[in-house]
Design a protein around this ligand. Sequence first.
Ligand code: SAM
Ligand code: TMP
Ligand code: ZN
Length: 404
Amino acid sequence: MSCRVCSGRLSEFADFGPQPISDAFVEPGDTREEFSFRLAVGICQTCTMVQLLEEVPRERMFHEAYPYLSSGSAVMREHFEALAKTLLATELAGPDPFVVELGCNDGTMLRSIADAGVRHLGVEPSGGVADLAAAKGVRVRKEFFEEATARRIRDTDGPADVVYAANTLCHIPYMESILSGVDALLRPDGVFVFEDPYLADILERASFDQIYDEHFYFFTAGSVQRMAQRSGFELVDVERLPVHGGEVRYTLARRGARRPGPAVAELLAAEGSAGITDPATLRRFTARVEHIRDALVELLTGLRDEGATVAGYGATAKSATVLNYCGIGPELVPFVCDTTPAKQGRLTPGSRIPVRSPEAFSGPYPDYALLFAWNHAEEIMAKERAFRESGGRWILYVPEVHVV
Ligand code: SAM
Ligand code: TMP
Ligand code: ZN
């Protein structure tokens, strides 16, 4: 196994065992064997890029029936509206600007760009969500972004001022093709802006459920800077974001085109002094994760034995790792509530827990709710205030198992 960025040697630091496709919710009665792969992570000894050791073929994850919807969270809708506004006022303020979004999903971000009458294109291989984007007036191509796609877009639409990707670049193992594509597509002084879960936040919060099939890379400023340099780019800005449990928005420009802002050196220095890629830090993370697994199983088993009722909240892709790694099934968590239409009425992958609409949550409320969508805790706890008021308690498992 070698690094997908630089071909360096990988050293494994965590193994979550056999796992299903995290977003492949199962039709009840479907007895076919689910796809399975070994979910393990390692760090490149040369460029420090943290990555999965086994790659799942992209068509197995991203297809017509891919269920995840960006618009499912009000906080995320506001987040993408704010980003669109910023881009419109800065990088897209010149004459006839053009922006391309990779993984535009249901068009939550690009809709604001379309509404402003600005030239744009979403590249989205998952057909169902791409149709939802088109229905919002977003121009979208149903395909995987890679170098050939980028060249075709450049030929038909001309150069882009901005290429943007949220929670998508970390999903794409074939990085060399992506960066060559961005190079072919961007204007000489254009920028590539992407935001993804930040390794330092994952290590600090022991949020091991950020590790699943779709999340292939776990970026840091250091690893992104080295990755950028290999393809003639430079890391010119970084911004920490509170969403999805802690992310960083990285800005790349062609080498020499823009002067790097002070935040880059600051974050690189912070990563160095925290030792986030040190073997000891990674070993500590693994030990914490094993402890969380044991504590969560013990808590849920104890609750079941004393007759308390438990429901899951948020049939997240993240929950696949938790459920399958901890060996939790419907005997400990009888159902999970989720707003996503394409997940409801199905079973969670591997663990086979029924997914129901949030209306099922209150009929009657369980004694405890295991919050898999902990990254949306504020939004969900506000929405479900009546659950707490009726005596219900939330169970969280990061940064450690606790009940609130
Ligand atoms: N950007 C949205 C957000 O932040 O909410 C969607 C994120 S979703 C987790 C990842 C998206 O990336 C999926 O809709 C998937 O179909 C898309 N995707 C995966 N590989 C891709 C590729 N090579 N090019 C473009 N999109 C891709
Ligand atoms: P995410 O953590 O990958 O964004 O997934 C969040 C999941 O939680 C998604 O399936 C939608 C679901 N969800 C709810 O059921 N209710 C909510 O209020 C929110 C914000 C999300
Ligand atoms: Zn490497």
